[in-house]
Design a protein around this ligand. Sequence first.
Ligand SMILES: *Cc1c(COP(=O)(O)O)cnc(C)c1O
Length: 450
Amino acid sequence: MASRNRALIERDLEVLWHPTTQMKDHEWLPLVPIRRGEGVWLYDLDGNRYLDAISSWWVNLFGHAHPQINQRIREQLDNLEHVLLAGFTHEPVVELSEQLVEITPVSLTRCFYTDNGSSAVEVALKMSYHYWHNRGQAEKRRFITLSGSYHGETLGTLGVGDVALYKETYKPLLMEAITVPSPDCFQREPGQSWEDHSRAMFVHMDQALAEHAGETAAVIVEPLVQCATGMRMYHPVYLQLLREACDRHGVHLIADEIAVGFGRTGSLFACEQAGICADFLCLSKGLTAGYLPLAVVLTTDQVYEAFYDDYATLRAFMHSHSYTGNPLACSAALATLELFREQDVIGRNRELAEHMGDAVAHLAEHPHVGEIRQTGMILAIEMMQDPANRVPYPFQERRGIRVYQHALSREALLRPLGNVVYFMPPYVINEDQIDHLARVAEEGIEHATR
Ligand SMILES: *Cc1c(COP(=O)(O)O)cnc(C)c1O
């Protein structure tokens, strides 16, 4: 049978090297060529469709090919595709910055743009260190991070991350962060609440700060959900304690909301649930609703002022990327923020999140489900060999891939992280589609744990 899918796959495998992939897997695991998208659906070249339950790696917010976002990008395209942002400026980037300053906590007043999440984290790390340097405290050059954290794939961000699969090989090349045990509530004692566990785990952070504050520039965290390590979650109280402790010790707080920002956790930004404001807020992914690469670091007047001086003092932040503040990407972001203003996105998400939770609740009784956890529009199901004795499946068994394959055969794109099956869908998903995902996930887990 002639397959347009197969023809493209063959051409692809001659010339491409895919991200985070053992390419040999594609001897038996077919690539999925996508021709077009519409709403929650992706369509391949042979006309099959897949419900994008993971928002194409957590970036998509309002579905594929959204008319309003498309239109805004088209209009911008006819005027200006790109111009450098050093010495020059343009309306989309100014308007976007005004709006971002408006919707984030009051003390965040300055926007610095990059073109992907990793480089935004790099900027936050460099800016924090440079701030202390400009203030005559260059000895503050270390960073504190949580176990299981993920902040990107560049050498700088791998240094403050802690996902072994991505980091281990490169360790000799990386700066050494101070790693503190995560408040990850999957590790809590039976019967313990998320709040109690998160609070109890703070002693480790408190100790690290007491010991290292003098040499530490910043603590970096993913607020509420550590996504890449397997959607591990914790209680907002941890962020409150962290903010207080950072202030007490004179250390910056970097909030990496690249994955959790823009409504994923049930509030526009995750930090809102703790009522705190970071010194640096990193945003990307949902910023353009999954359309174009764009990232931003928001920071405070206090940080900005430490760089503001006569040129010859050499205090300026000398960092740039070619596509910094790209007008097309900014237009996509402006259309995204417009959708948030026009619709009660957060309110609707609350309903959808509740429906998601209900749809899979019965799976908690499954003999190979260790936990179902949820924060807003992120829901995760942890498959385990022996939940009662907390025995995980060996990673070599790759059970998640069986769920992935089963889902594709049932019109769904689920892409488990190891043994963690999760939903992180576009916000335009409806209740029936959630029910379908829940059925597919159940079948897939059944299939994978047999
Ligand atoms: C995706 C992600 C990054 C990296 O962003 P890229 O655009 O992929 O470089 C950093 N931090 C978190 C929390 C992320 O989820």
